[in-house]
Design a binder for this molecule. Structure first.
Ligand code: NAD
Length: 365
């Protein structure tokens, strides 16, 4: 091996990255014929099989894709645990352009890889994937959720994710303003995708003043047409005078640079991994007096919905479980205050407690 190759191999540190958060298994899937390049990460299966969506994204490089899937799958472990679901945490990414690179062959090949994991990983939608894609995956494996209603599935999980995000935002408003009405509050929604469009519907109905941005102008136009909301430039969103910043696109938007620009009372959105560094930026947000609603707590609606699909889908049962997010958010705020820790830390503590309890229960059975 040449020196350059040795250096490249050494700089990957794959096991160091996987080990840093105790991931159980990471699978690299490659199919040159369909162009599939995917990474499936199983973080923790103590509470049950790892369920998490498949993200289709044009990553700048493989290292960025690996980092994303490791962060996302860890978040899924906490999301399932805090939501009281008997599921573990996993996630998958497909490296490519979701507008041009999808094909039946790619999805079916991916479905075969998921099937090879024999139920340890169950997939669903995420950014860049839709229920129609799940239909192809379902041709190759039963370990897929969020499949269309006409196939007996629960369809798009986004409306339920939007509902729990909205409840988390209302709980945050109760904490900050003394009541949970969002009427007259300025909410800046970053992203006008699947979840955001439903979330904006709730906010407008409540009388909130919504500003929206997206890097895709068609998505913005569609939301403006439906809800008559205001538009803010994607780069200017952090400078807007707002009450609530609602990240509903990609992760890590709460970071050193944006915290210098953000002036809001609440951060509550559906995007996964909003805090670039959960300890540093969680603490910084707390010190700035901003109430941060932990993302994995309030965006759990979609997971709750697809989890219900596994028991034979029932919308009422899913919505009943989703409604619990409002009280759970207030409980987390109370715990964080009582222990003088960040809201993120309080949520992780509760999730880890449940995982430890279930581990003990399993070993005693
Ligand atoms: P989506 O792909 O439908 O929407 C995301 C939108 O964000 C796209 O329209 C994209 O153009 C836009 N975007 C990307 N970068 C942007 C930027 N810098 N500024 C503004 N807009 C930008 O995805 P979605 O399903 O609505 O999910 C949104 C977020 O919520 C993701 O982080 C996802 O992981 C998370 N989430 C989704 C669900 C669900 O049920 N769909 C559940 C839990 C969490």
């Amino acid at each position: 091996m040449s020196t350059t190759m040795n250096q490249a191999a050494n700089s990957l540190n794959i096991f160091e990255q996987i080990g840093a958060n105790d991931h159980e298994q990471v699978v690299f899937c490659n199919d040159p014929v369909s162009g599939l390049k995917s990474i499936i990460a199983i973080h923790n299966t103590t509470c049950g099989p790892a369920l998490g969506g498949t993200r289709f994204w044009n990553y700048a490089n493989d290292a960025e894709a690996l980092r994303d899937v490791l962060r996302l799958s860890r978040g899924m472990t906490y999301k399932a645990a805090i939501s009281g679901l008997n599921l573990g945490g996993g996630k998958a990414v497909i490296i490519g352009n979701s507008y041009t690179d999808k094909s039946e062959a790619l999805w079916r090949r991916y479905g075969k890889f998921v099937n090879g994991l024999a139920g340890r990983y169950i997939t669903a939608e995420d950014v860049g994937t839709a229920k129609e894609d799940m239909e192809y995956i379902a041709m190759e494996t039963k370990h897929v959720t969020g499949v269309p209603e006409y196939m007996g599935g629960s369809g798009d999980p986004s409306p339920v994710t939007a509902f729990t995000t909205y409840l988390g935002m209302k709980a945050s408003a109760k904490k900050v303003f003394g009541n949970d009405s969002l009427a007259g509050k300025v909410v800046a929604v970053q992203g006008a995708g699947h979840v955001a469009q439903y979330l904006i519907g709730h906010l407008v109905k409540d009388g909130a003043i919504v500003h929206v941005c997206d890097i895709n102008s068609d998505k913005v136009a569609s939301v403006v047409k439906e809800h008559g909301v205001k538009v803010v430039d994607a780069d200017a969103i952090y400078d807007l005078k707002m009450d609530i910043y609602s990240p509903c696109a990609m992760g890590a938007t709460v970071n050193d640079a944006t915290l210098k620009r953000l002036s809001c009372s609440i951060i509550a959105g559906c995007a996964n991994n909003q805090l670039e560094d959960e300890k540093i930026h969680g603490q910084q947000v707390k010190e700035m007096g901003i109430v941060y609603a932990p993302d994995f707590l309030i965006n759990a609606g979609g997971l709750i919905n697809v989890a219900t699909e596994r028991e034979g889908y029932n919308r009422e049962r899913a919505m009943g479980k989703a409604e619990q997010v409002y009280k759970r958010t207030l409980d987390i705020f109370a715990k964080a205050d009582a222990e003088n820790i960040t809201n993120q830390a309080a949520a992780i503590l509760i999730a880890e407690q449940r995982i430890q309890q279930l581990a003990k229960l399993k070993s005693s059975l």
